[in-house]
Design a protein around this ligand. Structure first.
Ligand code: DMJ
Length: 652
């Protein structure tokens, strides 16, 4: 601290300098020196000490400061060129809870990946959408302001979804893209178990499920793995029949032979029971027909003819639109107790099976009955751009509950079977194709949405003109169906949309704490949302459904992109972690958001063996001839039925 006398002296001198100011260099030097001399020793040491200190700090912080300044100016430049876009895209890695350790050993490379790279979607988005530009930025090249205009290429626009017609025409960008894709391929492959391990993992899961069924539910419809008993729906050995062709495909010979013995000696359809026409057609008739086709064993055809014939009374209605329920012993049919309506998906998703039954027996009755349904539905009023309502009246044959459109429950497989019947019949029934194409346009126009903040594609619902971002897990059949259509010659846009929707479906798993999808989600579409997906309390269950792995199978078959196998592998691990019951079997769960207590439901649906495990196996196989998609078309319960061979001289 300075003494009062010293203070005065300093201020006096400053005044003097102000008066005699000449700005000469000589004067300034002298004046500074004079001032320095006037300071006390303490003052001088203090100033020297502070100066040295500042110098040391400056040297130490120089490199990080320059980095910071550089980064700041880069960001400012980017924001100026592309306002908001990237800054809105929040990495999932920051939002996702880290999944707990898995029961099955996780590949070391995968563990590494979860730390290093974050969830795959974000990388995919970077590779594809942000994409060429983010590669350019990483290389230190300026990002083009408006890539779609610069290269003169139009973009395909589906209601806000911009799909690049041809990415990166600039050779450098293309090279970067190819490199990024090659790297992604190497990385995806290194994250995967070898094919034999993947296939064996599915076989093992099947055997475990079968163990529970065999021990506690043999010959009954469904296993209740926790209470170690069974549940009956139709009392027809539903799980056993639904699983037959899965065992054949998975090469589980011993299990298959045991099941076949039961079919031969125990299965009888001469029972006074009400069965649901749709469910028994897709699971029982479909399962028997495909097993017959794969094995060539007449036993399965005999049983298929028996059940198919017993289901026929369902079509004896004033409108030719079938009733939902049939008593297969009494030969009577009726609608549900509370209504004379059937659901649209149910009456339009039995065609592949009845048509095949006619084809294989040369008895046209079955095919005529189901073709009549399609003809009538084709002509009906009440559609919107090819989208159909969910109910149809069996008396007057008209749609009911008009104005509500979904690709989820009650309508889903209508769309799937339009395409698949066209394929089954050799692509000649153009009405089916037209209805399918128009419906896909309707989906794009009315139901396609994009979530916030990450822009995930999803298919919502429309109710009297109001869009809802609700999506059933059931809708995840759609990416696979779209990809299948493209494989059979439909436009590339279908495959592009399939890829986008596939990512959305995968995120329905990844963003849940158990890594398993809930039954229903709501995508957030409001700007500023912090998460893409919301799940209501009542929708948090998982029934071991197949649709996402089904679509992963198609996407992998047609694109050979290994990320789809990797995604399927993750899903299998999570089924093993959260739904596997130690004493045998897998169970539906109530809460995919609680990894501590997912709350088992004590039920293993037959489609877990009929579909989910079969599609996982086919997804993990690298053999495109294992149920070739040029020879077979899967029914909606994953039973492969043959594509009819073309008559001699006919164009294929
Ligand atoms: C299956 O029975 C069929 O896939 C059907 O098309 C929809 N529901 C279940 C699976 O989720």
């Amino acid at each position: 601290m300075l003494s009062p006398s010293r203070k005065e002296l300093v201020s006096l001198n400053l005044l003097e300098q102000g008066r005699g100011y000449t700005n000469g260099k000589q004067w300034r030097r002298q004046s500074c020196w004079r001032k320095w001399k006037q300071l006390s020793r303490l003052q001088r040491s203090l100033i020297l000490f502070i100066t040295v200190l500042l110098l040391i700090c400056g040297i130490a912080t120089y490199p990080s400061l320059t980095e910071h300044w550089k980064g700041f100016s880069d960001r400012a430049l980017r924001e100026e060129e592309e306002p908001k876009k990237d800054s809105d895209l929040k990495p999932f890695a920051q939002e996702l809870p880290k999944p707990p350790g898995l029961i099955l050993p996780e590949p070391p490379s995968e563990r590494k990946a979860s730390h290093k790279r974050g969830p795959p979607l974000l990388q995919n988005r970077q590779q594809k959408k942000g994409n060429a530009s983010s590669v350019l930025l990483a290389e230190g090249k300026p990002e083009p302001k408006n890539p779609e205009k610069e290269d003169g290429k139009p973009v395909v626009s589906w209601r806000g979804a911009m799909i690049e017609a041809d990415q990166a025409t600039d050779p450098a960008a293309r090279e970067n893209k190819d490199k990024a894709e090659a790297e992604a391929e190497v990385e995806n492959t290194s994250l995967l178990e070898p094919e034999s391990v993947r296939l064996e993992a599915v076989r093992e899961a099947f055997r475990h499920a079968w163990k529970g069924y065999k021990e506690f539910a043999w010959g009954h419809d469904e296993l209740k793995p926790l209470s170690k008993t069974y549940g009956e729906w139709f009392g027809l050995g539903l799980t056993l029949i639904d699983s037959l062709d899965t065992m054949w495909i998975l090469d589980l010979k011993e299990e298959f032979e045991e099941a076949k013995k039961w079919i031969a000696s125990e299965l009888s359809f001469n029972k006074n029971v009400d069965v649901n026409l749709f469910e028994s057609t897709i699971r029982i008739l479909g399962g028997l027909l495909s097993t017959h086709h794969l094995t060539g064993d007449a036993l399965f055809l005999e049983k298929a003819i028996d059940i198919g014939t017993r289901l026929m009374p369902a079509f004896n209605t004033p409108s030719k639109i079938p009733y939902s329920d049939v008593n297969i012993g009494a030969g009577t049919a009726h609608p549900p107790r509370w209504t004379s309506d059937s659901t649209v998906a149910e009456v339009t998703s039995i065609q592949l099976e009845f048509r095949e039954l006619s084809h294989v027996t040369q008895d046209p009755r079955y095919q005529m009955a189901v073709n009549e349904v399609m003809k009538r539905v084709h002509k009906l009023e009440g559609k919107q751009d090819g989208l159909v309502p969910m109910f149809i009246n069996t008396n007057n044959g008209q749609f009911t509950h008009l104005g509500v459109f979904t690709l989820g429950a009650r309508a889903d497989s209508y769309y799937e079977y339009l395409l698949k019947q066209w394929i089954q019949g050799g692509k000649k029934e153009t009405e089916l194709l037209e209805d399918y194409l128009q419906a896909m346009e309707g989906v794009k126009k009315h139901l396609l949405g994009h979530s916030s903040p990450s822009g995930l594609a999803f298919v919502g619902e429309l109710s009297h003109g109001h869009f809802s971002s609700k999506m059933d897990h059931l809708v995840c059949f759609l990416p696979g169906t779209l990809a299948l259509g493209h494989h059979h010659g439909l436009p590339a846009e279908h495959l592009e949309l399939a890829k986008q929707l596939m990512e959305g479906c995968y995120q329905m798993y990844v963003q849940m704490e158990t890594g398993l999808s809930p039954e229903i989600v709501h995508f957030n579409t409001h700007q500023g949302s912090t998460s893409d997906i919301d799940v209501k309390l009542a929708d948090r269950h998982n029934l071991l459904r197949p649709e996402t792995v089904e679509s992963l199978f198609y996407l992998y078959r047609f694109t050979k992109d290994r990320k789809y196998q990797r995604w399927g592998w993750e899903i299998l691990q999570n089924f093993n972690k959260y739904t596997r019951v130690p004493t045998g079997g897998y169970t539906s769960i109530n809460n995919v958001r609680d990894p501590e207590y997912p709350s088992p439901r004590d039920k293993m649906e037959s489609f877990f063996l009929g579909e989910t495990l079969k599609y996982l196996y086919l997804l993990f196989s690298d053999n495109p001839d294992l149920i070739s998609l040029d020879k077979y078309v899967f029914n909606t319960e994953a039973h492969p039925l043959p594509i009819w061979p073309q008559e001699a001289g006919e164009a294929v």
